[in-house]
Design a protein around this ligand. Sequence first.
Ligand SMILES: Nc1nc2c(ncn2[C@@H]2O[C@H](COP(=O)(O)OP(=O)(O)OP(=O)(O)O)[C@@H](O)[C@H]2O)c(=O)[nH]1
Length: 204
Amino acid sequence: MNDVKLAVLGGEGTGKSALTVRFLTKRFIGEYASNFESIYNKHVYLEGKQLNLEIYDPCSQPQKAKFSLTSELHWADGFVIVYDISDRSSFAFAKALIYRIREPQTSHCKRAVESAVFLVGNKRDLCHVREVGWEEGQKLALDNRCQFCELSAAEQTLEVEMMFIRIIKDILTNFKLKEKRRPSGSKSMAKLINNVFGKRRKSV
Ligand SMILES: Nc1nc2c(ncn2[C@@H]2O[C@H](COP(=O)(O)OP(=O)(O)OP(=O)(O)O)[C@@H](O)[C@H]2O)c(=O)[nH]1
């Protein structure tokens, strides 16, 4: 069974837990405990495969170095980056997170190909008090090779589900690319034997 690890990140109160809980239970409960981090497990059947999905929902810790993200970058196969369309500062936070994930020096982390990233403008039901335009979200996503959507965890079950499915599919595509780039077991063993014994023979 494939393990798929997804981290849901974003500014405080943007709706990370609401999105995760909506996806897992199809419900919106309004208030979510925010003083502890959680890893949720769900079995998902997709593209003919049974997947063990793990979703990391952090607690907001203002004292934590905001963009260090080191453990998340090593752990996750993909990221959902959430901002609140009615809160411009949460968009700036999301931007900084995306830049951190796309920084070249983070490429030594677990992935051989770029991580899947989905930028989500949450709280679309609050568009009458919107502070971030749809085009701004779309541009940030395009410029940084992310998928993008606006939705409302409070009002939309299907859209939330589709967003999670789309990023899981991207992660599975990345797994396939990684698999292609890795030399097969027998080939790499042959290479190893050649390197060791081939070199020795030459020096005799
Ligand atoms: N109007 C509206 N409110 C939402 C939506 N999603 C979440 N909320 C509300 O926003 C508040 C924060 O939601 P959470 O899911 O706890 O946000 P969070 O990002 O997990 O919060 P922290 O872990 O504290 O950073 C709660 O009061 C939610 O009810 C949405 O789509 N629309």
